[in-house]
Design a protein around this ligand. Structure first.
Ligand SMILES: Cc1ncc(COP(=O)(O)O)c(C=O)c1O
Length: 391
């Protein structure tokens, strides 16, 4: 059997038609498959490769850390320099109230940790999330994602969860003194890049503060420069009580985090002690890689050009089949008439060497979330391929 057949045979499948590309090299914005064919990566592992694949400083940091030590001890017991230095760097770039970082293995685990924190800190149980939101695939995270199709098969899920309509002010009265936390994506990704309108996010924060519920923002896709600022919430004049990070946080290695004020985080330290534990969360290799990516992002000012590149995409992507483009930074949903039409265009793009896909709750839209380092030349090439694929 060849590698592809072995993949289908022995690697658990989550869809009947996986892409099954066999990539042998990834660099910057480019992928190369086993036959030598090159692809422009227009999705960056779904908003993971923000600084590009295998950024030289990330690779260097991984090698240096591998020479020093790998896993030593379960989370939170030893002073591990990559963890400490990354937590310091992150908190230096966040509002003063977000000064304590709990590193996890993934985004979903950050969501889980934050929900537990909210229950402990408030003594309440109700969790409020939003329709068409995505927060991960573990049972807690699944309980709060905003689509019945994905939730239904796994019931019973967490009790006392409500889903409100994103951007709707009318629903605010359902956030009450019973509510432990409200969890929202700063910009809803899988809904097809749906951004908050008319100061909705600020009003949501105010409502949470009024009833004493924690205001939690999921920036697992929105963070790390994707929106043109380091953090998505900076666009909206809000500061979350808990910030959720993942994806690009690890510079290509698995890493998530929930970040809150120290005094709030302390509710995980007693009664029971070890209120949230993980063996590998904040692995030194992942933190070293993440810190190197974070420094590269800042030093190379990668998010400065995001707005200009976004406009270039939008100016070039004009075609009768393109109904609209929702965008927020280098993060776009190109809308077509139907899933069938979108899928045909995606397949044609891949055939021509451009990797893209669709959105979980907006399957008629083509995803654009490339490394922030994508060049203008690559943007032009990518748009030509999309336009040709529309024909
Ligand atoms: C907005 C958002 N939250 C949470 C998650 C879950 O992250 P992970 O897949 O690392 O568990 C994702 C993953 O796609 C996401 O997009």
């Amino acid at each position: 059997m060849n590698l592809r057949q072995l993949f289908l045979q022995h690697v658990a499948q989550t869809s009947a038609a996986p892409l099954a590309l066999e990539i042998v090299k990834a660099e910057g914005c480019n992928l190369t498959d086993a036959s030598g064919k090159k692809y422009i990566d227009l999705i960056g592992g779904i908003s993971v490769a923000n600084v590009g694949h295998r950024h030289p400083k990330v690779v260097e940091a991984i090698k240096a850390q591998a020479d020093a030590y790998l896993h030593l001890m379960v989370y939170g017991e030893f002073v591990q320099s990559p963890q400490v230095r990354y937590a310091k760097a992150l908190t230096e770039h966040l509002p003063a109230s977000l000064n304590s970082v709990y590193f996890t293995n993934s985004g979903a685990e950050a969501v889980e940790g934050a929900m537990k924190l909210a229950k402990r800190a408030t003594g309440r149980t109700e969790i409020i999330a939003f329709k068409a939101s995505y927060h991960g695939s573990t049972q807690g995270a699944l309980s709060i994602i905003g689509d019945e199709y994905w939730r239904n098969a796994y019931r019973p899920l967490l009790p006392d969860v409500q889903h409100l309509v994103y951007n709707s002010f009318e629903d605010f009265e359902r956030i009450t003194e019973r509510t432990a936390c409200v969890i929202a994506e700063t910009v809803q990704a899988e809904a097809g890049i749906l951004s908050p309108q008319n100061n909705w996010l600020k009003a949501l924060q105010d409502r949470c503060r009024y009833v004493g519920a924690l205001f939690i923002l999921d920036e697992i896709q929105a963070g790390f420069g994707r929106t043109g600022k380091l953090w998505g919430f900076e666009h909206f004049n809000v500061v979350p009580d808990v910030l959720l990070l993942g994806k690009a946080l690890g510079g290509g290695l698995p890493l998530g985090a929930f970040i809150a004020e120290k005094i709030l985080m302390n509710s995980l330290t007693e009664n029971p002690v070890l209120g949230h534990i993980t063996t590998f969360g904040g692995h030194p290799l992942c933190c070293a890689a993440g810190l190197a990516a974070f420094n590269a992002l800042a030093e190379e000012k990668m998010f400065d050009a995001v707005g200009r590149k976004e406009m270039l995409f939008k100016n070039l992507l004009r075609h009768p089949k393109i109904k609209s483009i929702n965008s927020f930074g280098l993060w776009m949903a190109v809308e077509f008439e139907s899933f069938e039409e979108c899928k045909k265009i995606i397949d044609a793009c891949i055939e021509e060497g451009l990797l893209t896909d669709w959105f979980l709750f907006a399957s008629h839209s083509l995803r654009i979330s490339p490394p922030l380092t994508i060049s203008e030349e690559q943007i032009r090439q990518a748009c030509q391929i999309i336009l040709r694929s529309c024909e």
